[in-house]
Ligand binder design. Structure first.
Ligand code: ARG
Length: 291
């Protein structure tokens, strides 16, 4: 597995907009030293688990550049003969204006690393991997806060997608991206989700998925800490390891959820990501999967 990350050397909260991300407060800045240490632990965990990590050039002033999950979403484009051609990245049209220059740096990186890129029409907002969850049976496309619904058709065409794309409408800006309120383990074919983030029809669509499902409204959603917060649903999957932003020095990870995951052979690894929670983010937000 290859992932693209960006070291948090210039990580900061440089904008506020409650309609796009109500967690971010410019008067509550992350502690950069702590942020680098927390990010470094995730980096080491990925390395230890055998992931190949590539890093983006970091640029001062781009406080959100570390959230590489938002810059693009990729799939291989298949040639006529059915051989994988080239992995192509659909580049984001980010909603926050201050984040837009991130795309230029990322697009250059993709080109230098021989990946193809595709640009959507400017008026279609699209925030990359942050709003798409790929399951065995479908692509779950979350929209309504930062993403336009219209981008779906374009994405389907570009990649000639065979599985259905299920639109899930986010109704509460606290859950501004799909990946803070729903997560999926391919290995266990299992979904964890927070129904309060979606409209009724979308909750029904999630409930209809063949995958195993667990509603986490009772267990947890946001772990508030003295120096930040954690978004436990925003984690990564590598081999059988499932990461959860969580500080277990403060609170034990919910036992029934841990048991539910372990029963199917998953392993829960918690890593405190409180400094990134100040920006509304977790492990998955800082990780763009390259394959
Ligand atoms: N502060 C960033 C923003 O609001 C956080 C992005 C988190 N990314 C994600 N995939 N949820 O743009």
């Amino acid at each position: 597995m290859r992932v693209l990350m960006c070291p948090p050397l210039y990580y900061a909260i440089n904008w506020e907009d409650p309609a796009k991300n109500p967690w971010m407060k410019m008067n509550k800045q992350p502690d950069r030293g702590k942020a680098i240490a927390q990010w470094g632990k995730l980096w080491h965990l990925y390395e230890f688990l055998g992931a190949k990590i590539r890093t983006l050039e970091t640029v001062p002033c781009l406080g959100d550049q570390i959230f590489t999950a938002n810059i693009a979403w990729s799939m291989p484009i298949w040639s006529e003969e059915g051989n994988e051609n080239r992995r192509t990245f659909i580049m984001a049209n980010l909603a926050p204006e201050l984040r837009r220059p991130e795309i230029i740096i990322a697009a250059r990186w993709f080109a230098e690393n021989r990946f193809s890129t595709y640009f959507l029409p400017e008026e279609m907002l699209f925030e990359g991997q942050g709003d798409i969850i790929t399951t065995k049976e479908a692509y779950l496309y979350c929209y309504g806060v930062r993403n336009s619904l219209e981008a779906i058709e374009e994405i389907r065409k570009v990649f000639n997608l065979k599985k259905p794309i299920i639109p899930l409408r986010l109704i509460d800006p606290r859950f501004y991206h799909g990946d803070v309120c729903i997560r999926y383990s391919k290995r266990r074919d299992a979904v964890l989700f927070y129904p309060g983030a979606f409209d009724a029809e979308s909750v029904k669509a999630i409930e209809k998925l063949k995958a195993k499902k667990k509603d986490v409204s009772r267990e947890f959603m946001v772990q508030e800490l003295f120096d930040g917060r954690n978004f436990p649903l925003n984690g990564s999957y590598i081999n059988n390891v499932e990461t959860f932003p969580w500080n277990d020095e403060i609170e034990e990870f919910p036992r029934n959820l841990k048991g539910w995951i372990e029963r199917d052979g998953g392993e829960v690894v918690t890593l405190n990501f409180s400094q990134f929670g100040l920006s509304g983010a977790g492990h998955r937000c800082v990780t763009l999967f390259l394959d």
